[in-house]
Design a protein around this ligand. Structure first.
Ligand code: ACO
Length: 442
């Protein structure tokens, strides 16, 4: 009978070890038993960027990058995008099952009830400069919410966790819209809870002097589908940041603020902003080859292309591409779509991108929709953050409930100086030698 185990021989001393295999994994702590000498600390696995390390067992999202599969709680993303709504999907993500009618109605009411923010939050937001990037505003404001809801610190309390979840999902559109209105110097628009989640967001973003804002149903639906597609994506950079902060039992506002900070980066959620700026910079189809040459030489990256996990077409990108065409029927065609389609065609015909399995990710086309709706590039990652809050909160709660988890404390391989004695100021090396050493560290 085959045993679910790995037998390792340490060539340094001939010792053999049997390491159990659980699922498709070995426990990294089992490697600690492998020692060259009884006094050493044992082997660690070295995995920069956590490229092949499972840090948790999770039942929320599932991605098979080679096959281009994404499921939330087992449901294929394509089916959710076609049949569900963002709030129903958010329920599924945080609670694990699709709601029945009564639960969906209660959940919707409960989330929308939390769409208002404390007036002091508005004052807090006033403190930012007129040209503050809305993602920077969002990171800080979501973090600041922890000071408004001290009950959120009780992370072991199920009712508190549920309340904070509804609260934050409810408030994210309002914070996002306030960040946008502030950047334009426009008065804030209070939530209209008679509208749906994305209809209300459109109202808070775009309402001017009309008494009642009527969201365009096609745009409202497109935003809802985009939110479904962005709601969860298992263990990525921002979710890992949320989980790491959760491990210290910090409140969810602080944990989600960490996720937003990670998402801000151009290699993550900031890529949709970068992708649009890149298309604008390329400007015309004849300039695509020269631009791609700079990507192939390593001078820059093709924004919205490539993914750590998807080595096939990102299924979300395919859905967004279709959605873009529906939106353009209402808004008029975004002229950059032809450039994007041609850029994708040329890249996917080029051995550099093909051999590295670099395909469009969800950020390649989403910016074109957001721009057509009337939003500037700085708001693109903000919309991503609204949707991903559902996934982050599900991971935050899953982490807190997981009896196997402890505070995250990664290991490192120390490669710095050995122990050395403090050198008095007067005895330190010449400035030039010191400056070279110091400038190499930051
Ligand atoms: N353009 C050009 N070359 C690329 C790109 C790109 N967008 N992405 C990866 N490569 C190349 C790398 O230079 C490398 O080439 P090499 O083997 O010759 O050195 C190879 O492909 C592998 O790249 P890695 O950096 O090892 O891939 P990794 O999995 O670490 O990076 C990432 C994934 C960060 C998404 C990367 O593809 C990237 O920077 N893409 C552009 C930014 C982007 O669109 N991010 C959004 C991702 S989706 C999201 O976060 C929501």
């Amino acid at each position: 009978m085959t045993r679910e185990a790995l037998t390792i021989t340490d060539e340094r001393n001939g010792a053999t070890y049997e390491i159990p295999i659980e699922g498709a994994a070995i426990r990294a702590t089992d490697l600690q038993r492998i020692k060259a000498a009884p006094t050493d600390h044992g082997l660690v696995s070295y995995d920069p960027a956590l490229a092949n390390t499972a840090t948790c067992k999770s039942a929320i999202g599932f991605v098979d990058g080679a096959a281009g599969i994404l499921r939330y709680r087992g449901y294929p993303i394509q089916e959710l995008a076609e049949h569900s709504t963002f709030l129903e999907t958010a329920y599924l993500i945080v609670k694990g099952e699709l709601p029945d009618q009564a639960h969906l109605a209660t959940w919707t009411r409960n989330v929308m009830t939390h769409s208002m923010v404390h007036e002091n939050i508005k004052k807090f937001m006033e403190g930012f400069r007129y040209d503050a990037h809305p993602m920077g505003v969002l990171v800080s404001t979501v973090g600041a919410l922890s000071t408004f809801y001290p009950d959120a610190r009780d992370v072991q309390d199920l009712e508190s966790r549920r309340l904070q979840t509804r609260r934050l999902i409810g408030k994210m559109p309002t914070l996002a819209a306030y960040a946008y209105r502030k950047s334009l110097g426009l008065p804030y628009v209070y939530p209209d809870n008679d509208l749906g989640y994305t209809g209300n967001l459109l109202s808070m973003l775009f309402r001017m002097t009309e008494l009642r804002y009527e969201p365009n149903p096609v745009l409202e639906h497109a935003l809802d589908v985009l939110f479904i597609l962005h709601a969860e994506h298992e263990q990525n950079c921002s979710t890992n940041a949320v989980r790491c902060v959760a491990s210290a039992h910090a409140d969810p506002y602080s944990a989600v603020a960490a996720g937003i900070a990670a998402l801000y980066g151009p290699r993550h959620g900031g890529a949709n902003e970068e992708a649009l700026r890149m298309l604008e910079e390329i400007g015309s189809v004849d300039r695509i080859p020269a631009f791609l040459a700079t990507c192939k030489s390593g001078e820059r990256r093709l924004a919205g292309f490539g993914h750590r996990i998807y080595k096939n077409y990102d299924p979300r990108a395919q859905l967004i591409k279709k959605l873009a065409l529906q939106v353009f029927e209402v808004t008029g065609k975004n002229p950059l779509i032809d450039l994007a389609l041609e850029l994708e065609r040329i890249a996917l015909d080029d051995d550099y991108f093909v051999s590295r399995k670099l395909y469009p990710n969800l950020d390649f086309y989403s910016g074109l929709i957001y721009q057509a709706i009337g939003l500037p590039p700085t708001m693109f990652p903000v919309l991503f953050a609204i949707a991903r809050t559902a996934g982050w909160l599900a991971h935050w709660a899953e982490f807190i409930r997981d009896p196997e988890q402890r505070i995250v404390r990664p290991r490192q391989l120390y490669v710095g100086e050995g122990a050395r004695s403090y050198t008095p100021l007067a005895a330190r090396p010449e400035p030039t030698a010191r400056e070279d050493a110091v400038s190499a560290t930051i």
